[in-house]
Design a binder for this molecule. Structure first.
Ligand SMILES: Nc1ncnc2c1ncn2[C@@H]1O[C@H](COP(=O)(O)OP(=O)(O)O)[C@@H](O)[C@H]1O
Ligand SMILES: [Mg+2]
Length: 357
């Protein structure tokens, strides 16, 4: 991989959710952060880069569509034709397709192929669709992950506080550092989120050790193990909507606020960016769930989504206009986020990779 490092001012903040280990709640974290960001009134695109398609399926998009992030990644499609509605205002999906399995081999042939996703998202104007994007990464250090981390401005690392976590984190950290030094100097670690915490004694020890080693890099909030997460995945909705006031729902709301605070790099968050406001929106979505839950439009290339709620109300048809935040009062958010993001870049060293070196 050569030392090409192109500036990407045309891109919105892009948060890659990455840990090279599987089963650490990457997908759950990506989906719930993206949903909370939308509940704050932001336009959000969740990019599913894992061929398993769990983030896509987690919004009821099953079977996986015929076109999606793979086509954008390889430069074969613009963003708009493959964008799928999540059902929730402001949040759209760049869905996974089974073709993503082929991407590793296809990308391995070209020296500059780690730049492919960043190039496509820039050329195809991701910023028209997103104030902020979240990428669900696969559990590997291959070319798809390299593309995600080359396109990203920030990376959030979910980690379980188990005794094997340390080695996984070190590998993850080295990969991030390598990409930051070679191809993406703007990449900033926006924190380590402890997930699936059961609270047993060993875990508590590991969590304490991680906080001692990584300091403020570890989020104050931890996401506890919560059966509602699995229930939500089965129902095809994120847990922050299914159970906004439950343990994991509230934890993901708090984690999103911590993420935004890190992105703002010292600037205060705008009015309305607080726990109560986002919880109210999520409760409202919960109350309207049968109507909000996404269903395929006629033009979409996949079969009917199984209905999770029998008492479904008539579906409120989804249109691209509705990707715009519903509340005009929040229109300032894009300008704020862009400003905060630039400030974050300027102050990036503070949050950047200070530990691995
Ligand atoms: N807080 C949690 N409580 C209970 N189960 C969880 C929690 N977070 C994730 N899970 C479950 O653990 C499994 C792995 O999570 P997932 O987000 O798919 O991890 P990854 O993407 O890192 O492989 C999934 O079945 C998911 O529903
Ligand atoms: Mg996953």
């Amino acid at each position: 991989m050569s030392g090409t490092d192109i500036a990407a001012p045309a891109l919105p903040p892009i948060i890659a959710v990455f840990n090279h280990k599987g089963g650490v709640a990457k997908t759950t974290t990506a989906a719930n952060l993206a949903t909370c960001l939308a509940a704050f009134g932001l336009k959000v695109v969740l990019i599913d880069l894992d061929a398993q398609g769990n983030a896509t399926a987690g919004f009821g998009v099953l079977p996986l569509p015929a076109v999606g992030s793979y086509d954008v990644l390889l430069g074969n499609s613009e963003i708009e034709p493959v964008l799928a509605a999540s059902g929730f205002p402001g949040l759209s999906l760049l869905p996974a397709t089974t073709d993503l399995r082929l991407a590793e081999l296809q990308l391995a042939t070209d020296e500059h192929s780690h730049l492919q996703l960043r190039k496509s998202l820039t050329e195809h104007h991701l910023s028209r669709w997103a104030d902020i994007a979240v990428i669900d990464c696969p559990p590997s250090l291959g070319m798809v992950t390299a593309n995600a981390l080359t396109a990203a401005s920030h990376v959030v690392i979910p980690a379980r506080p188990d005794p094997y976590t340390h080695e996984g984190l070190v590998n993850t950290w080295h990969e991030i550092k390598r990409l930051k030094e070679t191809v993406n100097s703007r990449l900033t670690v926006a924190g380590i989120l402890l997930t699936m915490v059961t609270g047993d004694a060993t875990e508590t020890d590991v969590a304490r050790t991680m906080r001692a080693e990584f300091g403020d890099m570890v989020y104050k909030v931890m996401v506890e193990t919560d059966p509602k997460v699995v229930e939500a995945a089965q129902a095809g909705v994120p847990v922050v909507v299914l159970d906004p006031d439950g343990g994991s729902g509230r934890a993901y709301v708090a984690a999103t606020l911590e993420l935004l605070t890190r992105l703002a790099a010292g600037q205060p968050l705008p009015d309305g960016f607080n726990q109560d406001s986002v919880l109210n929106t999520l409760r409202d979505w919960r109350a309207r769930l049968p109507a909000l839950q996404r269903r395929p439009t006629e033009s979409e290339a996949w079969a009917a989504v199984p209905k999770a709620w029998d008492d479904a109300e008539p579906h409120d048809d989804w249109t691209p206009e509705r990707l715009t935040p519903a509340e005009p009062a929040r229109k300032f958010t894009m300008g704020w986020l862009a400003g905060a993001f630039l400030a974050g870049l300027a102050l990036g060293a503070g949050l950047a990779l200070t530990i691995a070196g």
